[in-house]
Design a protein around this ligand. Structure first.
Ligand code: HEM
Length: 395
């Protein structure tokens, strides 16, 4: 993914790339151009405004990204209406209240790992990084235990951009909808103090209440946005730390983990390319590149943090870097409202992990484990030798 990003960076401010099913889009990786287009008034998140002939489901693998009726596919007032129902539950103050619950989850996972800690490699992705955000988001949304395996199955499949046939992609979309309807029915019958119940109640208070489709699409966004992204952050931060003894020592001493998390977000952006935006008018990017009205644009958030015009020596992991710049959470009105939660989870995860396993080492090279997608910076596994079991168990 990084090699391809660098190749594209040298070809121009925007470069046509072929995506699955023969779809062509403009890939944008230069930092300055990514920021420019993220806040450009003629760049839309709503395919129906930019391409009036577009029919829902036209490109099945893209459907979960562009067809759902939630804040990610809307502009202007339509966007604000869908966003304001969610944002109050994700403020910094609200999220900090979750710290004890998150610490409990992380400590439980570390205890399980400590029981295995010897010289045999352990898949830290499966046993740790994957578990934290999925458990936290399932708890936050009040997803009942018996519904969790199906919810998590369908979300793992959505994250892939290869291997799914058109029929499989269509079936997956149906499975997603069924899983969400089951959850909403359950919460309507038995409301609790979870985010799903709050969403149902708050959306009814709106002058123009959310429709069933909008409610489902918002839940899908919260689960999808809240899990795979944060899994990637924890995976990469742990991998980066194994190669950076200074940073690891700082965490072991109990120092603030925030600079480490910011540097990992910059170097290994959890969401590399998020489909999709469209031009509402012709946009001239210079160097002979003109994006025409209605053409799709794929912004590479990770390309910004790895641009040497934005950050010197961008491939180097250096938590002591002065003023690291990244767009891992986007920019402008669509900026991620879940950033406080993601950062808190990652801070707790890396601090407690390094304190418990001060000698953990990655087995192999991180590139060997890259997932089959150009969207997220996903890893399929993260094998590590955790070090001495006795020492680990004492922490
Ligand atoms: C490391 C973790 C995360 C990363 C890197 C991330 C990244 C992003 C990015 C790049 C966007 C899109 C901005 C755009 O359209 O340009 C976004 C949007 C969004 N994210 Fe996150 N996210 C993370 C965690 C979360 C979490 C934990 C939640 C929820 C609990 C969440 C909920 C959302 C929502 C609801 C949106 C849509 C915002 C809008 O369109 O107005 N995200 N995120």
């Amino acid at each position: 993914m990084y090699a391809k990003t660098e190749e594209l960076r040298h070809l121009g401010p925007a470069v046509p790339v072929e995506l699955p099913d023969g779809l062509t889009a403009w890939s944008v990786v230069r930092g300055e151009t990514v920021s420019y287009l993220l806040t450009h008034p003629d760049v839309s998140r709503d395919v129906t405004r930019a391409v009036p002939t577009y029919e829902t489901g036209e490109v099945p693998w893209l459907a979960p990204w562009i067809d759902l009726q939630n804040m990610t596919t809307k502009d202007g007032a339509d966007h604000s209406r869908l966003r304001r129902v969610v944002v109050p539950s994700l403020t910094y103050r609200r999220i900090q209240q979750l710290r004890p619950a998150i610490e409990k989850i992380v400590r439980g996972l570390i205890e399980d790992l400590a029981n295995k800690a010897d010289d045999t490699p352990v898949d830290v992705h499966a046993a740790f990084s994957y578990q934290i955000p999925t458990l936290v988001i399932c708890d936050l949304l009040g997803i009942p235990e018996d519904q969790r395996p199906e919810v998590l199955r369908v979300f793992r499949l959505v994250a892939r951009t290869d291997a799914l046939s058109e029929d499989e992609a269509t079936q997956l979309n149906l499975d997603l909808l069924t899983a969400m309807r089951t959850l909403i029915d359950e919460k309507r019958a038995h409301p609790g103090d979870d985010l799903t119940s709050i969403l149902i109640i708050e959306s009814l208070k709106e002058e123009d209440p959310l429709t069933e489709d909008e409610l489902i699409a918002t839940l899908l966004l919260m689960i999808g946005g809240g899990s795979q992204t944060t899994i990637n952050l924890i995976d990469h931060a742990l991998a980066d730390l194994t190669a950076c003894p200074h940073a690891r020592q700082a965490l072991i001493r109990g120092e603030d983990p925030r600079p480490i998390i910011e540097e990992s977000l910059r170097k290994d952006c959890p969401v590399m390319n998020l489909p999709m935006r469209w031009a509402l008018a012709d946009i001239d990017l210079g160097e002979g590149v003109m994006i025409r009205t209605g053409e799709p644009i794929l912004l590479n958030y990770g390309g910004h943090g790895r641009d040497e015009n934005v950050n010197p020596e961008p491939a180097h992991f250096d938590p002591s870097r002065k003023n690291p710049q990244h767009l891992a959470f986007g920019l402008g009105v669509h900026r991620c409202p879940g950033s406080h939660l993601a950062i808190l989870e990652a801070e707790v995860a890396v601090s407690l992990f390094c304190q418990a396993f001060p000698h953990a080492q990655l087995v192999g090279a991180i590139d060997d484990y890259a997932g089959p997608t150009f969207i997220g910076n996903d890893l399929l596994e993260l094998p590590m030798r955790l070090g001495n079991a006795h020492e680990a168990a004492q922490h």
